[in-house]
Design a protein around this ligand. Structure first.
Ligand SMILES: Cc1cc2nc3c(=O)[nH]c(=O)nc-3n(C[C@H](O)[C@H](O)[C@H](O)COP(=O)(O)O)c2cc1C
Length: 367
């Protein structure tokens, strides 16, 4: 038996060649939601690097669901067409599966990209009125309008329509973004959801809209393609969303037929006190996996080393590992990890001559 990290895994009708996932990363490089040549190269490099699954950045289901004016989106067919070159590159040149994260930023929408200023973009400056479960602002951002029935239905339908387009574009997996303080997380957390109707209050009510969205996406997305969800397992704020509620929510999402869950955390409140360190979110994946065994689990957060990733899998904490920032630094992380663990990973034929095993002159040092 080789290392678990490089053992294939089946998610519904899709077999991943290994358990390394490129975590979604916003690029703030789109105009009108469209992907472009940046995305072909940026995402494509991870396919060449041998990741089992690459998930695109948070992709907005409607224009006002974008975090910034420069986010990718999938609200119309022009957006869909812009993604074809990305998908075609993966199908033609890599063995990696390609997923797309579908998102709505809710009250955290209409802000500047990290390199473009801070806080909200004014409505006259290319920004827009944000929406949320309740008219309660995130610190330093504009006050959202509380969604009414029409608004809720429109967003639920936008998620479903985006899932149909994602299938049309050829993506292998959809991940619903219910983490990091964005719209669906805003419904889940009692800190941001202070509604008094059937969508607020008790846990069952707070889960209602996210579950309606998950159900609509499940119906819209082919039954033989895997569906995922990303949650924040805790708000890191006393009295907020926590692991116990996450387990309840994960059970409901699993019952809808979702295949895989990424256990992240935080992003909902400026009062959060996050305890970081290597693998700091792995215990959340482990807790949800133990309680919801039908759901495959992705651990994420400060996983940077091959041995560390392997241990997370062999200890039974998760089924896959996702990496974000380390991939920005080392897009060929899977190749380097395979070398360290003594495993095989897919290498494009054009790159085979770079493999250390074929270069005896290479000093074999840790990467
Ligand atoms: C540049 C950047 C953009 C990100 N964008 C997203 C995103 O679009 N969706 C998401 O769920 N998480 C996003 N994240 C969070 C990462 O996916 C990941 O969960 C987090 O960075 C922790 O993993 P790491 O320690 O390997 O970086 C982003 C992180 C970075 C660094």
């Amino acid at each position: 038996m080789g290392p678990e990290l490089f053992t294939p895994i089946r998610l519904s009708g899709v077999e991943l060649p290994n358990r390394v996932v490129v975590s979604p990363m916003c690029q703030y490089t789109s105009v009108d939601g469209a992907m472009n040549e940046w995305h072909v190269v940026h995402l494509g490099q991870y396919g060449l690097g041998g990741a089992g699954l690459v998930i695109t950045e948070a992709t907005a289901v409607s224009p006002e669901g974008r975090i910034s004016p420069f986010d990718a989106g999938l609200w119309d067919d022009a957006c869909l067409e812009s993604m074809r070159p990305v998908v075609e590159f993966f199908k033609a040149h890599t063995d990696s599966a390609l997923g797309i994260q579908l998102a709505h930023a809710g009250r955290k929408a209409s802000v500047h990209p990290p390199w473009g200023g801070s806080g909200s973009v004014g409505i006259g400056d290319g920004g827009w009125q944000t929406v949320a479960p309740s008219a309660a602002a995130y610190e330093g951002m504009g006050t959202p309008v509380a969604l009414d029935r029409v608004g809720l239905d429109r967003i639920r339908d936008a998620f479903a329509a985006a899932a149909v387009r994602a299938d049309g574009a050829g993506f292998d997996l959809v991940e619903v973004h219910a983490a990091h303080g964005y719209l669906l997380h805003q419904f889940l957390s009692p800190l941001s959801n202070i509604r008094e109707d059937e969508y607020g209050g008790a846990l069952g009510n707070r889960m209602r809209f996210p579950l309606e969205v998950c159900g609509a996406v499940r119906e819209a997305w082919p039954s033989d393609k895997p569906l995922g969800i990303r949650i924040s397992a805790t708000d890191w704020v006393s009295g907020g969303w926590d692991v116990e509620q996450s387990i309840e929510f994960a059970s409901e999402v699993s019952a809808l037929g979702y295949d895989v869950l990424t256990a992240s955390s935080g992003g909902l409140s400026a009062d959060q006190r996050v305890e970081t360190g290597p693998g700091y979110q792995v215990p959340f994946a482990r807790a949800v996996k133990a309680a919801v065994p039908d759901m495959k689990m992705i651990a994420v957060g400060m996983i940077t080393e091959a041995d560390q990733a392997e241990e997370i899998l062999t200890s039974g904490s998760a089924d896959l590992i996702a990496i974000a920032r380390e991939f920005l630094y080392d897009p060929y992380w899977p190749r380097h990890a395979a070398h360290i663990l003594g495993a095989e990973v897919q290498v494009p034929k054009q790159h085979i001559r770079g493999e250390p095993s074929l270069r005896p002159e290479r000093i074999d040092r840790p990467v």
